[in-house]
Design a binder for this molecule. Structure first.
Ligand SMILES: Cc1ncc(COP(=O)(O)O)c(C=O)c1O
Length: 416
């Protein structure tokens, strides 16, 4: 049987009694201290990944920056780790600006995205001196000019590249809602170049997410280069993560060899290159621990846990496959094929459709690896769910960085 442990953050292990440890902390002790479900981040693994990205990019293209795509895990504590490791932050909305600032970012290192930026968001970005605003459409330019501020901008270009990933996370294809086709980008670039306030710094491209081969990244560079020479090229994020035994995403060096190889071929040597990894930065650096609440044997065996689509929408949104195991019994003998489901009132609230668990029973702890990306992001209050806490584990010590919501939190916005 494939080793489930390999899907957990690097440094995860099994204690003498078989118990899963994350960042040196026993999963049962974490569940006891923080309750379940709980999202556990291996902090050293997260920092190591941030450093790997920086080191590998700088080695290939010295005039470069890694900017973490906050949307993948927009907890202030995660953004703070990125800031401490010398990364910039990509934000896609006012709220991510607020948390980025609280995380201690130098606003000049923020890259501001969005296909539907509001006046308020532009005002917030301008007020705080955000480093780069990525123009998605002509209305962005109207708003930026109306703000009366001097703003450095990139223009987001659709490269016309279709990657092999789920349609819901494709962004670089013709017909994408994000950015402009080159023919439409060109006149907008000319308009920005004429603007007394806006400074046309460069171009942006992003082909999609959970991309497991390098070609689409390399292919996205030439269409951008065809629009002319600029100071900055932001080549987006999108590298896939390993969720299942079958996933073999390119390593960071493999990805950058392809991307920077294309940059050397097509982009001006003196340009600055930015990349914006999200998912591949955080997905495999965290895991969620649940408690089994129900086991129902019939046509299928359903193992229901105390979380579900309230803390992981990746399955429902784009059928992402996850794996799972009972925390003290990975690879145990009496395996049973089950469907792991959540507690929400939707038949689509499935966490893992078909997985072998060792004698699952009520009260067991179940761990799902690779939940670091977009799970915290899309956690919600469905069925009065209290959003789960985030814990950083490091050298056997656990630190709560986001507490679980309380019943009072659920009532806090009621005005009557
Ligand atoms: C503009 C932009 N940059 C970066 C990212 C991060 O992508 P990923 O999390 O796949 O690395 C996204 C995500 O969709 C994005 O829209």
């Amino acid at each position: 049987m494939a080793d489930l442990l390999t899907l957990f953050p690097p440094g995860s292990a099994r204690d003498d009694d078989g118990m899963l440890t994350l960042g040196g902390c026993r999963a049962d002790a974490l569940a006891e201290e923080f309750g379940t479900p709980v999202l556990v981040v291996d902090e050293p693994a997260l920092r190591a990944r941030a450093r790997e990205y920086r080191t590998e990019l700088t080695a290939r293209w010295p005039r470069s920056r890694v900017v973490f795509a906050s949307k993948a895990f927009p907890a202030t504590a995660v953004q703070r780790v990125m800031v401490e490791e010398g990364l910039g932050l990509d934000v896609a909305g006012g709220g991510e600006i607020i948390t980025a600032l609280k995380a201690g970012i130098d606003p000049a290192l923020i890259v501001h995205h969005g296909n539907a930026k509001t006046d308020d968001e532009i005002a917030l970005a301008v007020e705080h001196g955000v480093g780069l605003v990525v123009v998605d459409n002509a209305n962005d330019v109207d708003r930026l000019e109306a703000s009366g501020a001097n703003v450095d901008v990139l223009v987001r270009v659709i490269p016309g590249v279709t990657a092999d990933t789920h349609a819901h996370v494709l962004t670089g294809h013709e017909g994408s809602k994000f950015g402009l086709l080159p023919a439409d980008a060109a006149p907008l670039i000319a308009r920005i170049e004429r603007s007394p306030r806006l400074r046309m710094r460069g171009l942006h491209v992003h082909v999609g997410s959970q991309i497991l081969d390098v070609e689409p990244f390399a292919d996205s560079v030439a269409p951008v280069a065809a629009l002319g020479e600029f100071e900055v090229y932001d080549l987006g994020g999108g590298l896939g993560a390993r969720y299942t035994y079958a996933d073999h995403p390119p390593s960071v060096p493999e990805y950058l060899d392809a991307l920077i190889g294309a940059a050397r071929e097509h982009l001006p040597a003196e340009a600055e290159i930015i990349i914006e990894p999200g998912r591949s930065m955080v997905a495999e650096r965290a895991a969620t621990i649940y408690r089994v609440t129900t086991v129902k044997r019939g046509v299928r065996t359903f193992v229901a846990v105390d979380g579900g689509m309230g803390d992981n929408l990746e399955v429902a949104l784009f059928q992402q496959r996850f794996e799972a195991g009972i925390v003290g019994r990975f690879g145990g003998s009496d395996m049973e094929r089950v469907t792991v489901v959540g507690r929400h009132c939707e038949s689509g609230d499935v966490l893992v459709d078909g997985v072998d668990l060792s004698a699952p029973g009520v009260g067991d702890l179940l761990a799902v690896p690779a939940t670091g990306a977009y799970c915290y992001t899309m956690a919600n209050n469905y069925n009065g769910n209290r959003r789960l806490p985030v814990v950083f584990a490091r050298d056997g010590r656990a630190r709560l960085v986001v507490r679980r919501e309380t019943w009072d939190d659920l009532l806090a916005r009621d005005v009557d």
